[in-house]
Design a protein around this ligand. Structure first.
Ligand SMILES: Cc1cc2nc3c(=O)[nH]c(=O)nc-3n(C[C@H](O)[C@H](O)[C@H](O)COP(=O)(O)OP(=O)(O)OC[C@H]3O[C@@H](n4cnc5c(N)ncnc54)[C@H](O)[C@@H]3O)c2cc1C
Length: 381
């Protein structure tokens, strides 16, 4: 009888969990996930818990910090292949914590060269590549636009309740026999000691996000953060909104999304390149709340005298900061060999880890299968 493939996945974020889930569908894989942080932890080193998270393609092509090329099309492929899975989960598996939401994207040409304008650029084109992927794509008529707005599109998207969704991924993995452990590694080779079988694994899958900057054996100096500050509130916006930029600063943003299953509404944000500050900045929080109310006054509604409410009308759950794990040159999905152990890297998903997750992690799982076939050519994989 063929022996099982022993795999250690490092990372309990959306990328590690999705990769482990996809690998666990193959009964010949025996998987241990080992991570410093797991769903439920709110920590600056754990990006996934801070995400909105929604499906808003596509930042990758346009970011000045990425090279555009063949990898750009990989990104679009990942998003294209992720949408149907998220759509199915929203439609048929409410326990996953994903729901459909109308998404409105608002473009002001004057934001074109700002950090956030570049981040959102493809999203804000009148004819974006993804218009045939998402349902109900529609451009607003020029006569309906506010004076400062150059174009506005709406479509049906999804919003995930990140803590619920990550926990759902854990439960799907557990159902398939995946074992979870807490561990902090200084060097990737230490992961070879934690497989639940007690044996050395055949393969390590590295899904450490920004952790890959410091993890021994990887130390990828191309990794850098884009700081995102958010305010989570109980108010209901009625739809999701994203703006190309704002007048408060080039690296500040304005977006609103309501998480499924009572997860509250995320008000964002910022896109502060190379900022590692873990603490919410109070003045930025005020600007975020003011901007969101300007874009979506129904968030707070009017008082008993018919006067529009301001930020005092927001019911705040918490303030938060997450660091998007960006990588110069793009996401790394690649086979490697470190100290004699086969490794597949899957990290550097910037601000798009959820919306690329299934597409990208399926390709990482395929690389894992290839790597295992190279190690155990005769085994039944
Ligand atoms: C404010 C904000 C809003 C966002 N909104 C969206 C959105 O709407 N849609 C979207 O698609 N994306 C969004 N993102 C981006 C998304 O959250 C990230 O792309 C995604 O979370 C990255 O996941 P990850 O698993 O690679 O990293 P992480 O979630 O950071 O997970 C890394 C894991 O590796 C572990 N780890 C790291 N180093 C070590 C080590 N040495 N030893 C052991 N374990 C280690 C950590 O403990 C953790 O478990 C947003 C991000 C932010 C900050």
């Amino acid at each position: 009888m063929a022996s099982t493939n022993k795999i250690v996945v490092i990372g309990g974020g959306v990328i590690g969990l999705t990769t482990a889930y996809l690998l666990s569908k193959d009964k010949s894989n025996e998987i241990t996930v080992a991570a410093k942080h797991m769903p439920g932890d709110y920590d600056i080193e754990y990006c996934s818990m801070w995400a909105g998270a929604n499906f808003l393609p596509d930042e990758y092509f346009v970011s000045p910090w990425y090279s555009v090329g063949a990898e750009g099309s990989a990104h679009a492929r990942w998003e294209t292949n992720t949408w149907p899975v998220l759509e199915d989960l929203a439609q048929n598996h409410p326990e996953a914590g994903i729901h459909f939401q109308k998404s409105v994207v608002i473009n002001r040409k004057k934001d074109a060269e700002s950090a956030t304008g570049l981040w959102f650029k493809e999203l804000l084109r009148p004819d974006p590549w993804y218009k045939d992927i998402v349902p109900d794509f529609k451009l607003a008529a020029d006569c309906d636009l506010k004076p400062e707005v150059d174009n506005e599109a709406s479509f049906t998207s999804v919003c995930m309740n990140a803590p619920v969704y990550l926990s759902w991924l854990v439960s799907q993995c557990c159902k398939n026999g995946v074992v979870f452990k807490r561990a902090t590694f200084k060097h990737i080779s230490e992961a070879a000691t934690v497989h639940a079988s007690g044996q050395k694994p055949d393969l390590i899958v590295n899904c450490t996000g920004l952790g890959s900057l410091k993890l021994g054996g990887v130390q990828d100096s191309k990794m850098y953060p884009a700081r995102g500050q958010v305010v989570v509130v109980r108010n209901d916006p009625g739809a999701m909104y994203s703006l190309s930029g704002c007048d408060d600063g080039d690296d500040e943003a304005c977006y609103i999304m309501m998480r499924a299953a009572g997860g509250g509404t995320i008000l964002g944000g910022s896109y502060q390149i190379n900022s590692w500050d873990s603490q919410p900045e109070p003045s930025l929080a005020v600007r975020i709340m003011k901007r969101c109310i300007e874009v979506c006054p129904q968030l707070v509604g009017k008082d008993e005298n018919g006067k529009q409410r301001g930020i005092e009308g927001l019911d705040i759950i918490r303030h938060g900061v997450g660091l998007r794990p960006l990588r110069h040159g793009g996401t790394r999905v690649e086979k490697d060999n470190i100290d004699g152990t086969a490794v597949v890297h899957n990290y550097g998903h910037g601000g798009f880890g959820y919306q690329t997750s299934f597409g990208c992690c399926a390709e990482a799982a395929a690389l894992a299968k290839e790597a295992l076939a190279e190690i155990k050519p005769k085994a039944r994989l």
